[in-house]
Unconditional design. Structure first.
Length: 113
């Protein structure tokens, strides 16, 4: 049996990933943005249990971390769109694997509740 190499928690690559995209809402937001640009209202409709305040906070953090891009159009009322930044596009394979795993194991999770 192969022993796992001891990794200092501060250097753990999974921890680094989770610091950027972890939490309840960010992976879901990114899942919808991987399909293409979305407006704020569209994201709210796609994720009905997130509050407006929480969606705003999560989008700001993702923008700060250069995972997404916020595009504001000079219109009345203002039009704001969100999309994956180039850096954020590197997460597409991760999000697709998470979605596939969730689809495969959702029934077990639902059954165990």
């Amino acid at each position: 049996m192969k022993k796992n190499k001891q990794i200092d928690e501060t250097n753990c690559p999974v921890k680094a990933t989770m610091e950027i995209i972890g939490g309840k809402w960010k992976p879901i937001i990114l899942y919808y943005l991987k399909e293409g640009t979305q407006r704020f209202g569209e994201l709210q409709r796609l994720i009905p249990h997130i509050t407006k305040k929480m969606l705003t906070q999560q989008l700001r953090e993702l923008e700060r971390d250069e995972i997404i891009v916020r595009q504001v159009y000079a219109e009345v009322p203002p039009k704001v769109e969100y999309s994956l930044a180039e850096f954020g596009k590197s997460l597409k394979p991760v999000l697709e694997l998470m979605a596939a795993w969730g689809s495969e194991h959702r029934l077990k999770y639902d059954r165990d509740k």
